[in-house]
Design a protein around this ligand. Structure first.
Ligand code: NAP
Length: 302
């Protein structure tokens, strides 16, 4: 299987010596991971064991959330993981959602519980995340699981940073000593991303909205991971020659196209490796979710 594809970004004359980045193809890698998971699930079922099961809760009708949930359910089908759909109306109260989580926590046939974010305004996301049993928290958002990552004892890891690490490891077998910059410091992406890179021995800088001199920090980074949610926030000229760039951002442009947070065309002339958007980190997040579901299943079957 071809995981990386050389992309000609420009057809320059012979004087141009700019680097042409190779694509970190999350779509292909995620398909391979899901295929491997399916083989594991099929082997379990062949011995009469129960099927790993993921409960997916969607509250409301946010179009982006509906697409993400559909993709996750499809990935479950491909891996032969059973997915239980709980589609709730936008008017759902926090009490009602917590009651459903309690019910799923107590259900021995459910391995993982995913609550699609964002939630309607009347529901506090942190209260919901904390209600999920940490050993069913397949998103890896629970403070217990983030804490385990912080002390280098990861169990269920946050899916997006985990997916980024799986991709990065295909081109950086040993990350020790590399300078890594994470742009964005959210609880679900930026912060656990920094912890993942630190665990691999990188020297990590995590930038937030108050950070000064972002271009200078970026130019020193061997690995740049961007998770902000602003198109073209990171300029191509900030990327160090030969760096690896993972773009987590998903932004919809006025013309309907999807783009990341990195100025892709220019960054690709400087980076050695770069993720596309779409087709980079997004599919790896879904693959990580399924890996976590299998891990949760193993915890419950032990
Ligand atoms: P978020 O919760 O809104 O957090 C954004 C972070 O960016 C915050 O920490 C914020 O800093 C920081 N920030 C804002 N402006 C900045 C600037 N100028 N320089 C540096 N940092 C800045 O967003 P999120 O949930 O982490 O998601 C980020 C993006 O990733 C979104 O586009 C989202 O759709 C996408 N995403 C993609 C996947 C995937 O699978 N590909 C998964 C999750 C999210 P403060 O902390 O100071 O406010």
């Amino acid at each position: 299987m071809v995981l990386f594809e050389k992309i000609p970004l420009y057809s320059s004359g012979p004087v141009c010596s700019a680097m042409t980045a190779q694509i970190l193809d999350g779509k292909s890698l995620s398909e391979r991971i899901v295929d491997e998971l399916r083989q594991r699930v099929d082997a379990l079922c062949a011995t009469g064991k129960r099927v790993p099961t993921l409960a997916v809760i969607l509250v409301g009708t946010d179009p982006a959330s509906s697409i993400y949930v559909r993709n996750k359910r499809r990935a479950c089908e491909r891996a032969n993981v059973r997915s239980l759909s709980h589609d709730l109306p936008s008017s759902t109260t926090q009490v009602e959602l917590l009651a459903l989580i309690d019910q799923l926590n107590a259900d021995a046939g459910v391995d993982g519980i995913l609550v699609q974010m964002p939630l309607p305004a009347q529901i506090d996301p942190e209260t919901v995340i904390e209600r999920i049993n940490p050993d069913k928290d397949v998103d890896g958002f629970h403070p217990y699981n983030i804490g385990r990552l912080a002390v280098r004892m990861p169990t269920l890891r946050s899916c997006t940073p985990m997916g980024v690490m799986t991709l990065l490891k295909t081109v950086h077998a040993d990350m020790r000593g590399l300078n890594a910059l994470v742009v964005g410091a959210s609880n679900h992406v930026g912060r656990p991303m920094g912890l993942e890179l630190l665990m691999e021995g990188c020297t990590v800088t995590t930038a937030n909205s108050q950070t000064r001199n972002l271009p200078v920090l970026a130019l020193q980074a061997d690995i740049v991971v961007v998770a902000v949610g602003r198109p073209n926030l990171v300029k191509g000229e900030w990327i160090k020659e030969g760096a690896t760039v993972a773009d987590v951002g998903i932004n919809r442009l006025p013309d309907g196209r999807i783009c990341g947070d990195v100025e892709f065309a220019v960054a690709s002339e400087r980076a050695a490796w770069i993720t596309p958007v779409p087709g980079g980190v997004g599919p790896m997040t879904v693959a990580s979710l399924l890996q976590n579901t299998l891990q949760a299943y193993e915890i419950h079957s032990a």
